[in-house]
Write a protein that binds this ligand. Structure first.
Ligand code: BGC
Ligand code: NOJ
Length: 792
C-alpha cells in the first residue's frame, strides 16, 4: 500500500515524502490573532482574527486543479522552472519533503543541484507569517538563477471577494518600495488595515498586477514573467493585486544564501493612517520587517514558538508500549484540540471560513480539549458563550467571534444547547479548581444591565430543559439535538430553505430526544455535586429531576436491546427495532451508557453490545443503521444524505468516543480500545483510502453503506478532537480530573505505562502497573511534585 509520509515523533512532525498526497494535507500556523492554513505544497491562506472579514490571501475553494493559491516560490534555472513545494508548476523534483510541525511547516525541494529549504511560521505575538528560504547550490558548478516569490491578495471580505466583481475589479490598490509590496485596497476609505509582503533584501524586479505577472490566459503553473525571466514592474490598479518580487541570484558550488520574507498585517489608529496624503503609514510594517531581518532574529522567534508548544504539550504525556497511542496523546490529538479551539468550525479545507460562526455547543465541547493547557482562555470562552444566552436559558446556536454577539440568522431552539454550558463549566472547574468563575456577572444576549452570575446561568440552563419535557417525561428535541440533522419538527419540502433555520412546527410536537436525556442525567449529576459543594438548595431538586429522567429513560427509552433514539412529532419511535430503517442510533447508546442509566439491570452492557453488533464496521461505529434510503420530511436533513455519509450512516467520529467512554465506564477495556483504534488516524492502514491527513481526526469517515467505506472527510475542525482527548486521557488512560484531585482509573489493555501530568500547581509522575485487578485510586490535589507507582 502506498505511504505518503511518516511520523517523526522526536521533532513532533509529520513528514510528507511525496507532494501528490491524495488530498492536500494541511497544517495551521498562529496562536492568537493571526492564523494561517498551509498545505504540503504551500497552498492556503491567512487571515486576521476573522476568516471572513479580514482575509489576507485569496484562495479558490474546490477549484481545478485543487488547492490553488498560497505562498509560492518559483525558481527559474536555465530553461527549467520549478517550485520547492512542487506546485503549481509540478516540475518533477529530485527531492521533496514537507514537515508539518507544531505551528510551522518546512518544505524542501531540490532540483538540478539547487536545494530550497523553506520554513513557514507565525511568530508569537506578531501579526505576520515569516517565510525563510535557504538556497544551496549542491552541485559542483556556479549557478545563476532567478527566484520569484508570489502571493495573491484577497480584497479583505472573503465572501464579496468571490461575488461582487462589478466593484472588486476596480478597487485594488498597492504601494511599492524597493523591498516591500503593500496591499492597501479600501484603505483610502473606512479600512484602517493593510497587508504587505517584504524581504530582507531589495528586489531585482517585481509585479503587483496579476495579469501582468501570469499573462491573461495562464494559470499559476505558467507565469509569463517567470517563463521569460523578467518582471513587468507592474502597478496594480483595480483587477487583482498580487505580490511577486524577483531576485537574480548566483551561488558558487556548495554556497548557500538565505532570504527572509515577511507577510504582514498592519492596523493603524484612524488618526495615523497616512504618512502623507494618500500614502499609507508604513512605520509598523517597517518595524515588523526589521524584526525579521536576519537569521538570528528568525531563529530566536522560531525557538520561542517551539518553547511555547513544548510547554503546552508537556502538561500531559504518556509513555507506553504503543507508539501510535503515544504520538496521538502526546502530540497530534492535543495539537488538534488547540487548532479546533482557535478556529471553531470556521476555516479548514472543508470549512470555507465564510460560513458558520462559533457554535454554542461546539465551543463548550472544544474548550474541554484545551482547558488543561490554556485554562485562562477556556475561562474567557465560557463567559463569552454564556453572554449569548437568553434570559430563559435558551441560547443562540451560534455567535460571531468579532462581535461576540448571537447570530440572528441561525437563531436558537436546539434542545441540547443549554446543557453544554454546564458541561463546559464543570470541565473547567474540575481542571482548574477556579470556583470564582461561578461568581462572574454575565449578561443575557449581551444586553448591559441584564447580568447575573455564571452560576445563575447554569441554573436556568438546567431548568430550561426540565421545563421542556414531552409526553414521556423526556427532553423535547426542539430544532434538533446534538445531531443537527435530526429535524423532527421541520417538515421541509422546499429545497431553497435551510434545515437548520427554517420555521419549525411547535404546536403539538411530541418530539423527544434520548440523547438529551442521557446528557441531562450525566451533566445533572455533576451539576448536583457542584451545587452540593456550594451548599446550594437547588441541589436536591436537580437530583430529583435526574432521577425522574433516569426513570423515564428506563420506562420509555429502552427498546429491548438498546436505547431508542427519539420520539417523532407524532410520538412514534425512532431508532427502534420496529422501524424499517435506522433501527439503532449511536448517540443514545453513548450518552445513556455514559450516564450509566439502568446499569444494574444490565441495560448498559446490552446497549454497548448492540452498538458493536449493529453499528461497528472496519473503520469505526456508524451513526445509524441501516441508513435511510429515501428522504423523509418527518426526520429532516438526516435523510437528505446518501447512505453512509455524514449524519446518515457515516462514521461520525465525534460520537464514537461516547461509546468508548461508555465501554470504559462499564469496565470493558477490549471493546473500548478496539473502537478507539479504529477511528484514531495514527493507526491508519491505508492512507490512500483515508485520503485526508493521517495525523488528525476527521469529523466523518464514510460508513459501511457508502461507496468507499473508510474514506475520510472534514478533517481538523471537529468536536472529535476534544472528545477523543477526553476518551483517551480520562477513560482509557484513566486520569480523571475531579473537583478536589485526580481519580486514576485505567481501562486500557496495553500493559504498564507512565504518565506525566501537570494539574493546577501540581506535577504528577505516575507509573501504572496493570495486573488485571482493576479498580481506581483517588489522589487529593496538593501543589508540588509527586511520584506515584500504582497497581491496577
Ligand atoms: C451538517 C452538520 C452540521 C450542520 C450545521 C449540516 O449540513 O451535516 O454536520 O453541523 O450542517 O452547519
Ligand atoms: C457538526 C456541528 O458543528 C455540531 O454542532 C453537530 O453536533 C454535529 N455536526 C452533528 O450534527
Amino acid at each position: 500500500m502506498k505511504e505518503f509520509g511518516y511520523f517523526d515523533d522526536k521533532h513532533r512532525e509529520y513528514v510528507i515524502t511525496t507532494p501528490a498526497t491524495p488530498w492536500p494535507w494541511i497544517n495551521y500556523m498562529g496562536t492568537e490573532d493571526f492564523f494561517s492554513l498551509i498545505s504540503n505544497t504551500a497552498g492556503g491562506y491567512c487571515f486576521y482574527k476573522d476568516a471572513k472579514f479580514r482575509r489576507i490571501l485569496r484562495y479558490r475553494y474546490n477549484g481545478v486543479p485543487m488547492d490553488a493559491g498560497g505562498r509560492y516560490f518559483y525558481i527559474k534555472d536555465g530553461d527549467t522552472v520549478w517550485n520547492p513545494g512542487w506546485k503549481p508548476c509540478k516540475t518533477p523534483l529530485d527531492f521533496y519533503e514537507c514537515r508539518h510541525g507544531m505551528g510551522y511547516t518546512r518544505i524542501t525541494g531540490e532540483k538540478d543541484g539547487l536545494r530550497a529549504d523553506t520554513l513557514f511560521f507565525v511568530p508569537l505575538g506578531k501579526c505576520c507569517e515569516v517565510h525563510r528560504l535557504r538556497l544551496t547550490n549542491t552541485g559542483s558548478e556556479r549557478k545563476s538563477f532567478q527566484l520569484y516569490a508570489f502571493l495573491e491578495w484577497c480584497l479583505w471580505n472573503a465572501s464579496t471577494d468571490m461575488e461582487n466583481f462589478q466593484r472588486n475589479l476596480s478597487t485594488g490598490e498597492v504601494e511599492i518600495e524597493a523591498d516591500a509590496l503593500y496591499h492597501k485596497t479600501e484603505y483610502r476609505e473606512r479600512r484602517d488595515h493593510y497587508a504587505f509582503y517584504g524581504a530582507n533584501r531589495p528586489f531585482d524586479g517585481f509585479d503587483t498586477d496579476r495579469e501582468c505577472f501570469l499573462g491573461a490566459y495562464n494559470g499559476f503553473e505558467a507565469p509569463q514573467q517567470v517563463l521569460s525571466g523578467t518582471s513587468g514592474n507592474s502597478v496594480a490598479h483595480g483587477w487583482s493585486p498580487v505580490a511577486a518580487p524577483r531576485f537574480d541570484l548566483t551561488l558558487e558550488a556548495g554556497e548557500s544564501t538565505e532570504l527572509i520574507f515577511v507577510l504582514g498585517y498592519v492596523q493603524n489608529p484612524q488618526d495615523q493612517k497616512f504618512s502623507a496624503p494618500a500614502v499609507i503609514n508604513k512605520a509598523p510594517a517597517r518595524e515588523l520587517l526589521a524584526a525579521f531581518a536576519n537569521t538570528q532574529q528568525v531563529e530566536e522567534a522560531f525557538a520561542r514558538l517551539k518553547a511555547w508548544w513544548d510547554n503546552l504539550l508537556g502538561r500531559f504525556t504518556v509513555q507506553s508500549s504503543v507508539p501510535e497511542l503515544d504520538r496521538t496523546v502526546n502530540i497530534w490529538n492535543q495539537y488538534q484540540c488547540m487548532i479546533t479551539y482557535f478556529m471553531s468550525r470556521s476555516a479548514s479545507y472543508f470549512e470555507s471560513g465564510i460560513g458558520r460562526g462559533m457554535g454554542f455547543r461546539d465551543s463548550n465541547q472544544d474548550l474541554t480539549g484545551i482547558v488543561h493547557m490554556i485554562p485562562e482562555r477556556a475561562r474567557q470562552r465560557i463567559l463569552d458563550i454564556a453572554a449569548t444566552q437568553f434570559p430563559d436559558g435558551g441560547c443562540y446556536h451560534q455567535y460571531q467571534p468579532l462581535t461576540k454577539r448571537g447570530n440572528h440568522d441561525i437563531g436558537g431552539g436546539f434542545g441540547d444547547d443549554p446543557l453544554w454550558l454546564i458541561f463546559g463549566t464543570v470541565a473547567y472547574l474540575k481542571e482548574t479548581g477556579d470556583w470564582s468563575i461561578l461568581d462572574e456577572p454575565v449578561p443575557f444576549d449581551n444586553q448591559p444591565g441584564s447580568e447575573k452570575t455564571l452560576l445563575e446561568h447554569l441554573k436556568i440552563s438546567f431548568q430550561h430543559v426540565v421545563d421542556r419535557r414531552g409526553p414521556h417525561g423526556l427532553p423535547l428535541i426542539g430544532r434538533a439535538d446534538w445531531n443537527d440533522c435530526l429535524n423532527l419538527n421541520c417538515f421541509s419540502w422546499n429545497p431553497d430553505e435551510s434545515f437548520q433555520t427554517t420555521e419549525n412546527k411547535s404546536e403539538g410536537s411530541q418530539a423527544e430526544s434520548l440523547m438529551i436525556a442521557g446528557l441531562f442525567v450525566a451533566e445533572g449529576r455533576d451539576f448536583a455535586a457542584l451545587l452540593q459543594r456550594l451548599q446550594d438548595p437547588m441541589a436536591a431538586s436537580v437530583q430529583t429531576a435526574v432521577q425522574e429522567m433516569e426513570q423515564a429513560v428506563k420506562t420509555y427509552g429502552w427498546d429491548g436491546e438498546w436505547f431508542l433514539r427519539a420520539y417523532d412529532f407524532d410520538g412514534n419511535k425512532i431508532g427502534s427495532h420496529e422501524n424499517p430503517e435506522s433501527k439503532i442510533f449511536i448517540e443514545s447508546q453513548g450518552w445513556c451508557t455514559m450516564a450509566r442509566i439502568g446499569a444494574e439491570e444490565g441495560l448498559c452492557d446490552r446497549a454497548l453490545d448492540a452498538a458493536s453488533e449493529e453499528l461497528e464496521c472496519e473503520y469505526g461505529l456508524v451513526l445509524n443503521a441501516p441508513a435511510y434510503t429515501t428522504y423523509l420530511a418527518e426526520y429532516g436533513e438526516i435523510s437528505s444524505y446518501p447512505q453512509g455519509y455524514k449524519e446518515n450512516g457515516g462514521i461520525f467520529c465525534h460520537n464514537n468516543p461516547w461509546v468508548i467512554i461508555g465501554e470504559a465506564m462499564a469496565g470493558r477495556a477490549q471493546d473500548a480500545w478496539r473502537h478507539y483504534c479504529k477511528i484514531t488516524p495514527a493507526f491508519t492502514k491505508d492512507q490512500a483510502l483515508r485520503k485526508v491527513e493521517p495525523y488528525v481526526f476527521c469529523q466523518m469517515v464514510a460508513g459501511k453503506e457508502a461507496a468507499r467505506p473508510g474514506e475520510g472527510k472534514n478533517s481538523w475542525l471537529t468536536g472529535t478532537a476534544a472528545w477523543t482527548w477526553k476518551a483517551v486521557s480520562e477513560a482509557l488512560l484513566g486520569i480523571q480530573p475531579q473537583f478536589d484531585g485526580l481519580l486514576i482509573q485505567p481501562c486500557i489493555p496495553i500493559g504498564d505505562y507512565h504518565i506525566h501530568r501537570r494539574f493546577r500547581e501540581a506535577e504528577y509522575d505516575i507509573t501504572i502497573h496493570q495486573t488485571g485487578k482493576g479498580g481506581s485510586v483517588f489522589i487529593p490535589y496538593k501543589p508540588g511534585k509527586q511520584v506515584l507507582e500504582l497497581t491496577f
